[in-house]
Design a protein around this ligand. Structure first.
Ligand code: KIV
Ligand code: ZN
Length: 520
């Protein structure tokens, strides 16, 4: 089938808003800027950069992303309130191409929260969309929980929003309730029946509670939607949002039956996936479609045999199409800085000189201990939390453990530049080590996640450890990698504590003062 402009699907990425607002996924200001830059480079059409009224941090991130972004439209979220819309405009107005996205929950359950009648809500929609349109000529409107909104009322409010000047109408499946046939029908019928529908773009915004977000989004496109809202790795609250990589690759691989195209450079997918996993602390499950570690692994003998004869036997897309370069043993202890820089570039990491120096030192240490340094080892080095300018820095760790009694850890660490040491016993080496960290830096943070993964195979494989801490509504994740699991655990714990301290100083709690669920 030939593809035309009417087959172009706009990709709206909301990793930095719907993805980041999920508990525990909070990113720092610098991380948000970095992700926005990568999304822009990848060809995302619209970046939803945050919810400006939610907190000072969100406002500042959206403003700076708006100022710095070259190509993508920069969108901010606003409830159906004049003060939200004004704050949103204040943040996005600096963008070359700004968009205001305003929404209100229209289903009976959502209408009950602000206690508005259908007529009162209709008036609110008219007033707020008109206000947004007076500020910005690119306005998106969403009836939250559209898939559980009465059909007649949905048609009525969509028509009001179009008449008030909305240029994109987004139909959210807020609780992941719809199914493909319904998703497709809903959009098709709205386009057929709502006056003025042919003058706006319809968008689909699906959540994955029943595991159907990708199917529902593509079905909505079949029904006439031309914007898909999604996040990298499907990051998002509960079961997450539609995964960008899944819808984009589905349209690319099955263009024979889904003749729609996007502007995404798919070779950038893997790098973005890794960066989002690293900064959000949400690891990608091994068997996740497209970006999971096993997505292109062929373990069974019959598969490997087929792959050697003809890759297409078991592969519907090539790893390089998503930016996955082959895992070769190319780096060793004699490799120099230039080789490391070039290898990292192939893997999608362009580091500044000081970052490269730091990774190079750690690479040399690793290459001394580990015979074969694989691509995944290098990625783990780059994504492990750095200790530059950190409050807490581990100097040394010695652990005694085994069957003979409790484990004992002796830790030397600097706390704001002052060196101190502590010895603690515990129920295993990690417990003893964490207690030693707490002795040197007393804190009440609750450990809500402790996860260990082997980066490669073999007993000398590096372990990546993720740690998530919670304290007074603030959440911080830390990551580290080392061939010694206990050392990686200690570093990940300290990395999370360092991030928690930054959060204490800068942003107050991670629970924003206002959430997009406070609809009144
Ligand atoms: O899921 C949802 O309904 C949302 C809206 C704010 C668009 O994220
Ligand atoms: Zn959502």
């Amino acid at each position: 089938m030939t593809q035309t402009d009417k087959d172009r699907v706009v990709i709206f990425d909301t990793t930095l808003r719907d993805g980041e607002q999920s508990p525990g996924a909070t990113m720092t200001h610098a991380e948000k800027l970095e992700i926005a830059g990568l999304l822009d480079e990848m060809g995302v059409d619209i970046i939803e950069a945050g919810f400006p009224i939610a907190s000072e941090g969100d406002f500042n991130a959206v403003s700076e992303i708006a100022r710095n972004t070259q190509t993508s439209v920069i969108c901010g979220l606003a409830r159906a309130q004049i003060k939200d819309i004004d704050r949103c405009w204040e943040a996005v107005q600096h963008a070359r191409r700004p968009r205001i996205h305003t929404f209100i929950g229209t289903s009976p359950l959502h209408r009950a929260i602000p206690n508005l009648t259908q007529d009162e809500m209709a008036d609110r929609i008219h007033e707020t969309v008109t206000h947004a349109r007076n500020l910005c000529d690119n306005v998106q409107w969403s009836p939250m929980d559209a898939t559980r909104t009465e059909w007649d009322y949905l048609c009525r409010v969509v028509e009001i929003a179009i008449k008030a000047g909305a240029t994109t109408i987004n139909i959210p499946d807020t609780v992941g309730y719809t199914a493909p046939v319904e998703s497709s029908d809903l959009i098709r019928r709205l386009i057929e029946q709502v006056p003025g529908a042919d003058e706006v773009v319809f968008a689909t915004h699906c959540h994955n509670d029943l595991g159907m977000a990708t199917a529902n989004s593509l079905a909505a496109v079949a029904g006439g939607a031309r914007q898909i809202e999604c996040t990298i790795n499907g990051l998002g609250e509960r079961a997450g949002n539609t995964a960008l990589e899944e819808v984009v690759m589905a349209m690319k691989v099955r263009s024979d039956i889904m003749p729609w195209h996007t502007g995404i450079d798919t070779t950038k997918i893997m790098n973005l996936s890794r960066r989002v996993a690293a900064v959000s602390g949400f690891n990608v499950q091994f068997n996740k479609a497209i970006v999971g570690k096993n997505a292109f692994a062929h373990e069974s003998g019959i598969h490997q045999d087929g792959m050697l004869k003809n890759a297409e036997t078991f592969e519907i897309m090539r790893p390089e199409d998503v930016g996955l370069t082959e895992t070769n043993i190319v780096m060793g202890k004699h490799s120099g800085r230039a080789a490391l820089r070039s290898k990292l570039k192939d893997l999608g990491y362009e580091l500044a000189d000081n970052q490269l120096n730091d990774v190079f030192v750690r690479f040399k240490e690793l290459a001394d201990r580990k015979k074969e340094v694989y691509d995944d080892d290098l990625i783990a080095l780059v994504t492990a939390g750095d200790s530059e300018n950190a409050h807490l820095v581990i100097k040394s760790l010695a652990v005694a453990c085994g069957t003979g009694g409790p484990a004992e850890a002796t830790l030397v660490m600097t706390v704001d530049g002052v060196e101190a040491s502590a010895t603690q016993t515990g129920d295993g080496p990690v417990d003893a080590t964490f207690k030693a960290v707490r002795e040197l830096h007393p804190n009440a943070a609750r450990l809500s996640l402790y996860q260990v993964h082997a980066v490669t195979e073999g007993t000398d494989a590096q372990a990546t450890v993720s740690v998530r801490l919670e304290e007074d509504g603030r959440i911080a994740t830390g990551q580290s990698a080392d061939t010694d699991t206990v050392v990686a655990s200690a570093k990940a714990y300290v990395h999370a504590l360092n991030r928690l301290m930054v959060r204490r100083g800068k942003t107050g709690t991670d629970t924003p003062e206002i959430s997009y669920k406070d609809v009144s």
